[in-house]
Ligand binder design. Structure first.
Ligand SMILES: *[C@@H]1O[C@H](CO)[C@@H](O)[C@H](O)[C@H]1NC(C)=O
Length: 366
């Protein structure tokens, strides 16, 4: 009994504590845009995530530029503390990363140093359950020299991996080496008010990619890049996309799925109220011949197009030289209230396979 009373007193005490703010400068970050601040960020993160009593805020202050090598924020750290102090778990669920300053990646491929895991990504968030990434700051991927190197594999600016309950909002991402933001093997991710920019001719600078993830929402964001604004890949389920401005590059893409005979699936995707401006494609579903799996229960609603080359595409014929009998099934696709202008003669292109034809494609108010 005595123990219980003191336990509840402790609970009250903990609830009354303010979250503490830990600035990266406290851990020795210089923020002049030239000194390498990677170690300071790691140390600051260690302090924040090992604070088990009140939730800490990791802050990158406004008005400074921090040069960072590849860096992983690991959500696991603080679970170790929870094992010790597991009765505190209620108070520490969400970690906050407040980015108001500018983060810059090394501009020269030869100065890219990585001792960590996830070396292909610039900044990785992994193994979180409860993370808020927010602020008015920006991420400068400095991809210009990489773009000239031709084929570069799987390079990501900001990666959210193996996590759930992640909210990301407000940030700007500029000139990533390749994909700007990648969400992989995660669930309950909510991204909004993002601003993503790269030149029209920059290769593979996709805005946001989603793979092997469920219950992901992307809302109210502006994406103008050289490649897809959003790419929804294998294993995506319950994806909601709302109020996106998509400019310059290739539009919003589901797939491609089923390359090299793989079984890949996407279902329950809703794309609503998106505006497309001078993109090559609008909304595209693309699958490979010889693949397996499906793309189904997909809704496109209230979209507008301004001088888009091909606003609506379904293409089950990637790789047309090899006639194969299998295909990724495409079914239950709804296009409702799509309007606008194109700059080509063919606005709608539906190329369905003969062996596994598309099923239940509905169009209304086009
Ligand atoms: C994910 O979202 C769908 C659709 O909104 C919902 O039916 C489902 O229950 C959600 N998943 C979980 C695990 O809550």
């Amino acid at each position: 009994m005595l123990f219980l009373i003191s336990f509840f007193q402790l609970v009250l005490l903990v609830q009354s504590l303010e979250p503490f703010v830990y600035d990266v400068n406290f851990a020795g970050a210089i923020g002049d845009g030239e000194s390498d601040d990677t170690e300071a960020f790691k140390n600051a993160w260690y302090v924040v995530c090992s604070s088990y009593i009140s939730s800490g805020i990791f802050r990158v202050p406004h008005g400074q530029k921090f040069l960072l090598q590849p860096l992983t924020f690991n959500g696991n750290y603080y679970y170790y503390f929870h094992i010790f102090f597991n009765f505190m778990i209620l108070f520490t669920k969400f970690r906050v990363i407040q980015i108001d300053g500018i983060l810059i990646a090394p501009s020269d491929p030869s100065s890219w140093k990585c001792k960590d895991t996830n070396c292909n990504n610039w900044i990785t968030f992994q193994h979180f359950d409860g993370l808020i990434i927010q602020g008015t700051g920006s991420l400068h991927g400095q991809g210009q020299k990489w773009w000239k190197m031709g084929c570069i594999q799987n390079k990501v600016g900001f990666a959210i991996l193996d996590s759930k309950n992640v909210h990301i909002s407000g940030l700007t991402s500029v000139n990533s080496r390749k994909w700007h933001i990648s969400i992989e093997r995660s669930s309950f991710v909510h991204a909004s008010k993002l601003n993503i920019k790269a030149p029209k001719d920059s290769p593979s600078t996709d805005g946001i990619r989603i793979e092997h993830s469920t219950n992901v929402t992307l809302a109210s964001s502006i994406i103008k890049t050289g490649d897809d604004c959003i790419e929804i890949g294998d294993g995506s389920k319950y994806i909601n996309i709302n109020r996106i401005f998509c400019g310059l590059g290739h539009g919003i893409s589901i797939g491609s799925l089923g390359k090299n005979g793989r079984k890949e699936t996407v279902e329950y995707v809703t794309i609503r109220r998106a505006n497309f401006y001078t993109t090559k494609n609008g909304v595209r579903i693309k699958t490979w011949q010889g693949g397996h799996g499906y793309a189904r229960h997909i809704r496109f609603e209230r979209l507008s197009f301004n001088r888009v080359t091909r606003p609506i595409i379904i293409d089950q014929y990637s790789c047309p030289t090899h006639q194969r009998i299998t295909a990724v099934e495409i079914s239950n696709i709804l296009y409702n209230d799509l309007k606008g202008t194109t700059n080509s003669e063919i606005a709608v292109e539906i190329l369905c396979s003969e062996s596994v034809p598309c099923k239940n494609i509905r169009m209304k108010d086009i």
